[in-house]
Design a protein around this ligand. Structure first.
Ligand code: PGA
Length: 246
């Protein structure tokens, strides 16, 4: 199966620059026949314009609301709403949200369940802080996050879930774990999930300082079937090199 590449634009680009960038990404990837490997998570305000103009691209929301029904939830957007605006994926529980917006694993689980109900594929992010790795608690830390964040689903829905391992210390730092360390976490995640009999269908991607120089090696890691890319995904040519490098 070919790998999946998730481009998380976070809070970057004014509207015109976002349009120029998506147009360049579309043109480059279409020419190279690589469009179907990519999922772009633009700032939400630009999403429906982009899904309308480039429906050939796959889109993700960077987060969704905890609430699934319409109501008095000012500024919130539900899974159903992002689906109706053309996104088939949603990033859930990114460490930016867990650290700065008090996102708990319990919230992540509810959001993931809302996604599945709405026909949106949740990309559930987990990953340990530096102290936890230094204290050799990283396996336990990630296992606990998985236990608490993973939705209650049947084994058949498991193929509709992506887990992203993003060690917090690797995000935006130009430091990445070794492939042995990534493989160790990949095994741990699958072992944690085995209990619920869904491990075999889950896709696991790595994120944190991915670029065109390290992507090939990371993708060779056992258990890893894609990449979540932050700052390198703001540059269309770098993004193309990462996807072509696979
Ligand atoms: P980075 O971000 O690639 O800039 O490290 C990854 C992420 O936060 O998803």
């Amino acid at each position: 199966m070919s790998p999946i590449f998730i481009a998380n634009w976070k809070m970057n680009f004014l509207f015109d620059d976002a349009l120029k960038t998506i147009q360049e990404i579309y043109t480059l990837l279409k020419t190279q026949n690589e469009l179907d490997k990519l999922v772009i998570a633009p700032p939400l305000a630009y999403l429906s314009y982009m899904t309308d103009k480039y429906p050939q691209i796959n889109y993700a929301a960077q987060d969704i609301s905890l609430n699934k029904e319409f109501g008095a939830y000012t500024a919130e957007i539900s899974a159903k709403m992002i689906k109706s605006a053309g996104a088939n994926y949603a990033i859930i529980g990114h460490s930016d949200r867990r650290l700065h917006h008090n996102e708990t694993s319990n919230n992540v689980r509810i959001k993931a369940e809302n996604c599945i109900e709405a026909g949106v594929i949740p990309i559930i992010c987990v990953g340990e802080p530096l102290e936890s790795r230094q204290q050799k608690q990283h396996l336990a830390f990630v296992s606990q996050q998985i236990k608490e964040s993973f939705p209650k689903i049947s084994a058949s829905s498991a193929s509709q879930i992506i887990i992203a391992y993003e060690p917090i210390w690797a995000i935006g730092s130009n430091t990445i774990p070794t492939t042995t360390e990534i493989a160790e976490i990949a095994r741990q995640i699958k072992d944690t999930l085995d209990a619920s009999m869904v491990a075999k269908n889950i896709s696991l991607v790595y994120g944190g300082s991915v670029n065109s120089s390290n992507c090939q090696e990371i993708l060779k890691t056992e258990g890893i079937s894609g990449l979540l890319i932050g700052s390198a995904a703001l540059n269309p040519r770098e993004l193309l090199s990462i996807i072509k490098g696979s």
